[in-house]
Design a protein around this ligand. Structure first.
Ligand code: NAP
Length: 258
């Protein structure tokens, strides 16, 4: 617990579960007022974060979130675009339909593009602020038979983040991308359970096989969401005041390019 984010107001999309929840909790523990959004209201409201219900795959959601934040807080300092999910089937190019591609792009790219466009005027009023876009390693190292469309959408998010950092640097806004490898979240655990049933192997064997597909994980395990939360807490703080336009891998060493 420290108060490095005292007085700051932060939006964490997809902040009800997994990585987003860990980020929201870390920012709150550092003193920020945290707003979370997702489609489903979390059952336990003990987190104390203000919840806004919205489907970020839909274009109208960004304006809804803006008007609620304006009405309740009147200001915003930090956006963490974390909401995202793997929505398309594996199997390569011939399996993927136009609808699969559109689903991946709407949630994993356009949700962040629209949130930033709608909320940036509010952040720009402060002449300082931070945006973090949550990407993933397969944006750089795609797995053709598992993540083709998902990887392409996140790769576009990486390029968009870099361009946005260049545009906004002179206005006092920093933009960085956080790129996890495998993280132990409900989404990942569900995928491992499904894989273990399909292939008639244990969940541990399924996890091991995914880590091998990623090219191996030198640290030998998936990340905990809290480890990603700690990185984001650092990147949005004044301690990271000269960091912008960067992609931060947090993957236990698995990415095999430099
Ligand atoms: N887990 C991993 O191994 C891993 C690795 C690399 C990158 N990532 C990235 O990290 C981010 C979080 O992943 P996670 O594993 O923590 O996922 P998760 O546990 O499934 O949580 C996803 C969060 O996003 C929300 N969400 C999903 N679809 C949404 C929609 N259409 N509109 C609004 N909110 C939506 C979910 O709430 P609702 O379902 O109620 O809407 C939830 O709060 C994603 O961007 C993912 O691509 C994850």
């Amino acid at each position: 617990m420290n108060d490095s984010l005292k007085g700051k107001t932060a939006l964490v999309t997809g902040g009800t579960k997994g990585i987003g929840k860990a980020i929201a909790d870390k920012l709150s523990n550092a003193g920020a007022t945290v707003i979370i959004s997702a489609r489903t209201k979390p059952e336990e409201s003990s987190s104390g974060h203000y919840f806004i219900g919205a489907d970020l795959a839909k274009a109208e959601s960004a304006d809804l979130i803006l008007s609620e934040i304006k009405a309740k807080y009147g200001k915003l300092d930090i956006i963490v675009n974390n909401a995202g999910s793997h929505l398309s089937p594996g199997g390569g190019y011939s399996i993927l339909t136009d609808q699969d591609w559109d689903n991946e792009i709407q949630l994993n790219l356009m949700s962040a593009v629209r949130i930033n466009k709608a909320l940036l005027p509010l952040i720009l009023e402060n002449k300082t602020g931070v945006i973090i876009n949550i990407s993933m390693n397969p944006a750089i190292q795609p797995i053709w038979d598992m993540t083709m469309a998902y990887s392409a959408a996140k790769a576009a998010l990486n390029a968009y983040s870099k361009a946005l950092a260049s545009e906004l640097g002179s206005k006092g806004i920093r933009v960085n991308t956080v790129s996890p490898g495998l993280v132990k979240t409900p989404q990942m655990e569900l995928a491992m359970e499904e894989m273990s049933k399909t292939l008639e192997i244990t969940v541990e064997e399924a996890t091991q096989s995914i880590m091998e597909k990623l090219g191996g994980v030198p640290l030998g395990r998936p990340a905990n969401p809290e480890e990603v939360g700690d990185l984001v807490r650092f990147l949005v703080s004044e301690e990271a005041s000269y960091i912008t336009g960067a992609v931060y891998q947090i993957d236990g060493g698995s990415l095999s390019v430099v």
